[in-house]
Design a protein around this ligand. Sequence first.
Ligand SMILES: Nc1nc2c(ncn2[C@@H]2O[C@H](COP(=O)(O)OP(=O)(O)OP(=O)(O)O)[C@@H](O)[C@H]2O)c(=O)[nH]1
Ligand SMILES: [Mg+2]
Length: 449
Amino acid sequence: MTNPDRYFYSDSARERGFLVGADMRANAYRTGLLSIEDSLEELGALAETAGVEVIGGTFQRLNKPVSATFIGSGKVEELKTYRDELSIDVFIFDDELSPRQQRVLEKELNVKVIDRTALILDIFARHARTREGQLQVELAQLEYRLPRLTRMWTHLARQAGGRAGGATGGVGVRGPGETQLEVDRREINRRIAALKRELEKVRAHRARYRERRRQSQIPVVAIVGYTNAGKSTLLNRLMAIAGAADDTENPIYAADQLFATLDPTTRRIILPGGSEALFSDTVGFIQKLPTELVAAFRATLEEVTEAALLLHVVDITHPNAAEQVAAVEETLRQLDATDIPMVTVLNKIDAFDGELSQAENVLAAFDDSLPVSAKTGYGVPELLTRIETMLQSEMVTLTLHLPYSAGNLVSLLHEQAMIESESHDETGTQVTARVPQKLVRLFAPYRQK
Ligand SMILES: Nc1nc2c(ncn2[C@@H]2O[C@H](COP(=O)(O)OP(=O)(O)OP(=O)(O)O)[C@@H](O)[C@H]2O)c(=O)[nH]1
Ligand SMILES: [Mg+2]
């Protein structure tokens, strides 16, 4: 990563954060998949990644959120004590606060109050490297902040405005642009409109790139999984073992950090039987990922929805491996990607100190799971073979005669199939192609012996 901290606080100026959670007893209000303790621990890891020094945390059992303050008034009083005794700069809530709740809490507590979403956006802002990634994050941040703009935040932004390096107001309030919190709502709206226009241009460019890629007929394998599961490390290992089609490409940044990767990276890899596939690494998933965030990153996540195969990486050493799997499945459902065939790997098997059978028990629900170690390479050759077999079995060879009136089907073949031969006569197009199983029925009327 280049200059990760250039625009952000140094350690000596780290903000002191305190975590706040609520354990909802009424089912309708439950969020996330982890126990409250594990969820707060994850929130702490997110806060540390965003550069906050986590001083402590607390949670409250509630039937449902209190409408004005999310937590009960007794808890708010308790937080005031922590604020004074522990010199807390920022309270970080594990669930998304409504703009009103946040305003009321900031007024009561008289320090900054942020939530999990703001924290994740802050980390995304730090880790975005491509233009599209940066635009996407800035847009998501502004849309998130617009209804939450309070004097507290603008005040902080002004205070920080004079700082060398341009840090603006610390965690949750900092972003790619320096001026954004010093401008008023109207200007933010103007900026949002400008960002949307620019994003559209960048996206059109990327759509053209993807179109070219489609025409190259190489299947895409999207690497998915919970953040920090080892997706980027695995892609680096796949390249080392299988051989990248272009060996000038740099390794992908991997680190013991949440959301180390934000922007998609694609590498072309030669599979054991000689066929090729494009492997795409992208942003990880997390529980309690707000739907709006998934929507904001929909373009990035198209890598996932358009893939021929999903490679689901699970960190089997993580105590919440099973819950993480459930969170990934939930996000795949939100993305409408559940129809795509998937192979699951139980990663970090080198560091797993239980029995292998125990690991397999956790994931007994998967037909296609393999133990691997991205670190040592264990299981990776078998994985490559499995992927190649799955990619091939997903395709069916069809010989077709398509009348010119079915031109849209010819386009579909160009987009989704691997064309082996194609010729034209007076009545239409004669094609032999390897077609993804899910599309075969569309071509039934045109099949030839
Ligand atoms: N012991 C062990 N550690 C691993 C293995 N694979 C990855 N790691 C470590 O796990 C951490 C996360 O790895 P990444 O490859 O960055 O994970 P990621 O899934 O890309 O994470 P994000 O991009 O942050 O979502 C790093 O510290 C890796 O060194 C493995 O097989 N064994
Ligand atoms: Mg990564």
